[in-house]
Design a binder for this molecule. Structure first.
Ligand SMILES: Nc1ncnc2c1ncn2[C@@H]1O[C@H](COP(=O)(O)OP(=O)(O)OP(=O)(O)O)[C@@H](O)[C@H]1O
Length: 800
């Protein structure tokens, strides 16, 4: 064993020597940078694994790492810095990291948990942005138009499963296939291959019912689906049995063979990375080394990659004070030393040996303006020039594609349809809310106990005769008979004290007292008029003590006692052939211009309730849907597949619109047709305003989901906004009753003007020309635009 190690080390030294002798052959002082055709170049001191500038071959002419050279790599990361958290208290995850992934290679990114691998990958696929530094992926900068990244040039398998649990395997593949612009037949063919290759169960099985390992394989299949140029796999072999793991690696080796496909893979099974062409060993946000496994093993004289990693880590640890000094840009990037017949050139900036698969025999000459010429001085066409970022400009201008729209809409509807809870929430909850509102709110209370003390009648016998003719006896009994029976239950008490006590202990809502000569005094009051003395007036009065702690009940009893007296007096006068009008107070209430003389609280509250139901259901539905997708990694995965935030919002708008139409129909049918809530105006206006409010709620949901990271924060925000909106929007109490400042605040809320508008349409029958009506529409549309703009801005800001 030792013998072979010594041999390896000797061979390695020989390689280095050869390289130096080769570099000596380059003309010193030449102002040309030279592409060299050498398989073996090393710039790292193999003794300690740390770059030693003195170890650089003095006569090697380094080549500027230019925009152009970086664009020739599959991935090139330069001076990458990334931190999470605030600027004051940052968590530095990437610190001056350089990485070069040659085209047609498998790059194994290894490192301890939390060293920043996922962060680096998510920056490469355009999920996140660096704080500083540069990334080129397949010749373009991720996120720029036409770069195809994020998009179909990349296949990304994140660490989390990031799949729709309610989808079957086939539906999952179709979803991503359509996003990548594949035809359904193409998707089906590929699906069959992947099912066999990854040993997946039946394509009709729902993802949520698969085992963890099977789910990971489906996730892997999604990344392979469209046969992308660059595969980025974050721990694809976790939970996969050794046989399948081997066949996955075999597949990766196979697809990279012809040099057209590149794979970046992270794994915790360090040894399996031996099959990679290049290994990047990462620690504390830097690459300790970037090298082929064979070279790493021989350089460090180790048997396993794990040992190499430990050695390098220790070296870094021992030399901790020097860490900031380590020029990570000088990491070796001999990606494919001893592997493949590829051209290499040295970059001055990074000491990185770039790979060029395209001009293997030409010697490149670089001029000051970064133009590239061949030996004959002819300017060469450069791949991925900045100006050519948009290689398919028609695609750049298209807002979306048919496939993406189809995939996103199908996803939204399927998720709803497959989730019973969501379906109940969407369609049963609003109906229940309307039914409960109409049954529970606005009706007159009934069965209210009144404690009656009537000294005109015999308490023991409870005899209280009721006369209907012009007889002036027991008028107290005649009055009591005119009280509405369904509302008031009369309980008789012997004396005033006990009646008042009954009210005090909550047995009755009020106490009524008739003196023992109530009838005589009342008749005298009527007959004598202004000549009646004070005692007569006093004795003729019914004394009432009400419990006004409940305003609605107190006011209603007050109203019923007065109306009953008017009815009693009119009845008495009529039976005595007198004009019943004498019993009225001298105010004549004509037929109201709008509404009825017996207004219902339901009619007042109903418009606000309709809009509140539709608005907040939409808030709840949208905010939770987006946050769950994000938490499960689905949003990110869709983004990496090339779906834009605008497309996601658009698909939700369409889905919500359909839902809203259904909800509006149900709410209005139950309110108006079943429970008879008044609708004097144009029903079309009612429907449009209700749907607009639903859309407004949906847009508010977008804002919440954009702001909140966690579902519970979203619920808190939605609930937190519910009560203030309800209380301040004039839904349950007129805005006119608020202090003036609150009134202005109230007018700025999305529900206030819309409620006034809907109320005017329903109860007054007004049309769109009335300011009260059109202001409701204008305010709702303004809020929709505002919410949409805010959510787009927040999403963009969060993506960096
Ligand atoms: N969204 C985030 N906000 C704040 N910190 C984060 C976030 N994502 C990752 N981090 C932190 O960044 C560091 C690197 O995380 P990352 O997920 O990139 O590591 P990793 O090397 O992929 O780990 P593992 O191998 O366990 O997946 C960790 O300390 C992690 O806590």
């Amino acid at each position: 064993m030792e013998e072979s190690q010594k041999k390896d080390a000797a061979a390695q030294k020989e390689k280095i020597k050869r390289m130096f002798s080769w570099s000596d052959s380059i003309t010193e002082g030449s102002n040309t940078n030279t592409m060299v055709d050498s398989p073996d170049v090393i710039t790292m001191d193999p003794r300690n694994g740390i770059v030693n500038p003195a170890f650089q071959p003095p006569s090697l002419m380094s080549q500027q790492s230019t925009d152009w050279t970086r664009r020739q790599q599959a991935v090139s990361v330069r001076h990458a810095f990334k931190h999470y958290g605030s600027k004051k208290n940052p968590n530095h995850v990437l610190s001056n990291l350089n990485m070069t992934v040659g085209k047609g290679t498998i790059y194994g990114l290894l490192g301890a948990s939390g060293c920043g691998k996922t962060t680096l990958l998510s920056c490469i696929v355009g999920r996140r942005r660096l704080n500083t530094g540069e990334i080129y992926v397949l010749g373009g900068k991720p996120g720029t138009k036409g770069s195809g990244v994020p998009g179909k040039r990349v296949g990304y398998m994140p660490q989390e499963i990031a799949l729709y649990g309610e989808f079957s395997i086939a539906e999952t593949m179709k979803y991503f296939g359509w996003i990548f612009g594949m035809e359904t037949s193409e998707i089906n063919d590929r699906l069959q291959f992947l099912l066999n290759f990854l040993d997946l169960p039946s394509q009709s099985r729902l993802v949520k019912n698969l085992s963890g390992g099977q789910q990971r394989r489906v996730s892997f299949a999604v990344a392979l689906m469209h046969d992308p140029e660059l595969l980025i796999l974050d721990e694809p072999t976790v939970g996969v049995d050794p046989l399948l793991r081997q066949s996955i690696w075999n597949h990766l080796v196979q697809i990279t063979k012809d040099g057209n496909k590149t794979v970046i893979i992270t794994t915790h099974y360090i040894e399996e990375a031996r099959q990679a062409h290049t290994i990047g060993l990462m620690r504390s946000g830097r690459l300790l080394a970037e090298e082929s496994p064979q070279v790493l093993l021989s350089m460090y004289g180790c048997q396993s990659l794990e040992e190499v990693f430990l050695k390098l880590s220790r070296n870094q640890g021992n030399d901790n004070t020097n860490i900031p000094e380590i020029n990570m840009s000088n990491n070796i990037s001999l990606a494919t030393l001893g592997w493949g017949k590829k051209d290499v050139y040295v970059s001055e900036e990074s000491g990185v040996i770039g790979l060029n698969f395209h001009q293997s025999k030409e010697i490149l000459i670089q001029d000051q303006s970064n133009g590239h010429y061949d030996v004959n001085g002819k300017k060469m066409e450069m791949m991925g020039e900045p100006a050519a970022d948009c290689d398919d400009c028609s695609a750049c201008c298209n807002l979306t594609t048919k496939g993406k729209t189809r995939a996103l809409l199908q996803k939204n509807f399927l998720r709803m349809w497959r989730n019973v809870g969501v379906m109940l929430f969407i369609f049963v909850l609003p109906v229940m809310q309307v039914i409960l509102f109409c049954l529970a709110i606005g009706r007159d209370p009934t069965g209210l106990h009144l404690a009656i003390v009537n000294h005109e009648m015999d308490f023991n016998s409870s005899y209280c005769p009721i006369n209907t003719n012009c007889t002036f006896s027991y008028l107290s009994c005649r009055y009591l008979n005119s009280l509405p029976n369904d509302t008031i239950i009369q309980d008789h008490y012997r004396d005033v004290e006990s009646a008042i006590q009954a009210v005090k202990v909550g047995d009755a809502w009020g106490a009524l007292y008739f003196t023992d000569n109530f009838t005589d005094a009342l008749v005298a009051r009527m007959v004598l008029g202004r000549d009646a003395d004070t005692e007569t007036l006093d004795q003729s009065e019914i004394r009432v003590w009400l419990d006004m702690s409940n305003q609605q009940i107190g006011l209603m009893l007050n109203r019923d006692l007065q109306i009953s007296y008017r009815d009693f007096a009119q009845d008495l006068l009529t039976s005595c052939d007198q004009n019943p009008k004498l019993a009225d107070i001298p105010i004549q209430f004509k037929e109201p211009i709008y509404g009825s003389n017996d207004p219902s609280f339901t009619d007042f509250v109903a418009p606000g309730v309709i809009l509140t139901i539709v608005f907040f259901l939409a808030v709840a539905l949208t905010s939770s849907a987006l946050i769950i997708e994000r938490m499960e990694g689905l949003l990110d995965r869709s983004w990496v597949a090339g779906v834009t935030p605008l497309e996601i919002l658009f698909s939700h708008v369409i889905t919500q619109f359909v839902v809203m139409v259904g909800q509006t129909a149900l709410v209005l049918i139950f309110m108006i047709a079943v429970f008879g809530v008044e609708c004097k105006g144009n029903l079309v206006l009612v429907v449009i305003l209700t749907i607009l409010q639903g859309l407004c709620g949906m847009c508010f949901g977008f804002v919440i989901s954009a702001i909140c990271e966690l579902e519970r924060n979203a619920i808190q925000l939605a609930l937190g906004s519910f009560y203030p909106t309800l209380l301040l929007s004039g839904v349950i109490w007129p805005v006119e009753g608020m202090p003036i400042i609150l009134r202005y605040i109230s007018l700025c809320l999305p529900l206030t003007m819309a409620t006034t508008s809907l109320r005017s349409i329903l109860t007054r029958g007004w049309n769109l020309l009335e300011p009260d009506v059109y202001m409701g529409f204008i305010s709702t549309i303004t809020w929709i635009i505002l919410f949409l703009s805010v959510s787009m801005a927040v999403l963009k800001f969060k993506r960096g």
